[in-house]
Ligand binder design. Structure first.
Ligand code: KG4
Ligand code: ZN
Length: 369
């Protein structure tokens, strides 16, 4: 089975060709960081304009590279939500037009489902799995989905069958990384810059930051497994405001390095604590989880990955993390989600009238029968 996938829900334009057995046959990813950097965040209108210019070229490139024509595909899959509406419309309209002209099905893919199923792309296709000894990942598994727009712990029971065990009450963890980077005068997008700065710190104990929601039984409140990052963000801001600055108004490097590390350590503690909560049978019935998996851009963070490996090991769980290129937004995961859906329902096709959905929680997905 062969699927052409299109992704343009945020600031990555990407097109990929994926086969059920061959894995990723071709993939192009164009990140728009340079266009958004002057604004310190993604500007939806600019993102949509770039997708319109770039996506057709990427389609051309993967078709040329693979030598395939449109009629070769079993379907064309596009991210139809959640995400920025302008960008979602670009992929949806292009995929519908190509599917219509080639007489093949159009598939509207939920971006979060695509992130959630990526670990199976990694373990099911030998090419992507070349460096790993993992066996094909089976359901159910516990997913930590951490990106710029989402922060969730999800029990993945099957394709289309997701149970959200925890979510964020305010910001996504990626947003907190991006905000911290901005406060520290580091680059955009913030995650990789915070990570690099933290690696240079020699003082893990210099700053203390809160771990919101961790052990939140105070005041007789019912314990909650959710996340919250606004308090952590505010604590970084308050402390950074008091940092000395040089004659150009810039922070001194050591201060940013030490604060970046304090922030990363707080995030790691929060993640581990929330996973402990989710796996505590007092809070959720324990399932026969096949693995702990991480997905989403923040899943590229090496300190966090190391902590997750150790946590999974202590719990006798396999740990699966897609390579960083497949943790961040990419079209291979969209095509793979299409393959997973078609494998269950070979005659599946979505309506050409399908409307892009800026909001599309995983909980609203239904199992395909
Ligand atoms: O999954 P993704 O590419 O896009 C969304 O769907 O949001 O995630 C992007 C987020 C950004 O907030 C970025 O700063 C963060 O992932 N990120 C990282 C790292 N690489 C990307 N956060 C921490 N450490 C990293 N190495
Ligand atoms: Zn994403």
């Amino acid at each position: 089975m062969l699927v052409l996938g299109l992704e343009s829900s945020c600031d990555e334009s990407s097109v990929a060709i994926v086969g059920d057995r061959q894995g990723i046959i071709a993939q192009k990813i164009h990140s728009q960081f340079d266009a958004h950097r002057p604004y310190g965040g993604v500007v939806p209108e600019i993102a949509a304009r770039h997708h319109i210019e770039i996506m057709p070229m990427l389609v051309q490139q993967v078709l040329q590279e693979s030598g395939f024509s449109l009629s070769k595909f079993n379907a064309i899959a596009a991210t139809a939500g959640p995400g920025l509406l302008g960008g979602l419309m670009v992929s949806s309209v292009m995929a519908k037009a190509m599917a219509l002209s080639a007489g093949i099905p159009f598939l509207a893919i939920n971006h979060l489902e695509a992130h959630a199923l990526t670990p199976r792309l990694v373990t099911h296709t030998p090419q992507v799995n070349s460096s790993s000894t993992s066996k094909p990942l089976q359901f159910p598994y516990l997913l930590l989905l951490i990106s710029g727009g989402h922060c969730q712990i999800v029990c993945v029971n099957g394709v289309g069958n997701y149970q959200t065990l925890a979510t964020t009450l305010d910001d996504a963890v990626g947003e907190a990384f991006d905000k911290t980077a901005k406060l520290l005068g580091l680059g955009f997008p913030g995650g990789p810059f915070v990570e690099k700065a933290a690696q240079k710190s020699q003082n893990p104990h210099r700053f203390s930051l809160p771990r919101p929601m961790v052990g939140n039984k105070a005041g007789g409140k019912k314990p909650s497994g959710n996340f919250s990052f606004s308090g952590l963000k505010a604590a970084v801001r308050r402390q950074v405001e008091d940092f000395p600055r040089d004659e150009n108004g810039r922070l001194y490097p050591e201060d940013s390095y030490d604060m970046a590390l304090a922030f990363e350590l707080a995030v790691v503690d929060i993640m581990i604590n929330r996973l402990e909560f989710a796996l505590n049978p007092k809070h959720h019935p324990l399932k026969a989880y096949q693995a702990l998996v991480v997905a989403g851009g923040v899943g590229s963070n090496q300190r966090l990955r190391n902590a997750l490996v150790q946590f999974a090991h202590q719990r006798n769980l396999d740990f699966i993390a897609p390579p960083p290129m497949l943790c961040a937004d990419n079209a291979a995961m969209i095509a793979w989600a299409g393959i997973e859906r078609l494998s269950i329902k070979p005659d599946l096709k979505d309506d050409f009238a399908f409307k892009a959905r800026p909001r599309w929680p995983l909980a609203e997905m239904t199992e395909l029968i």
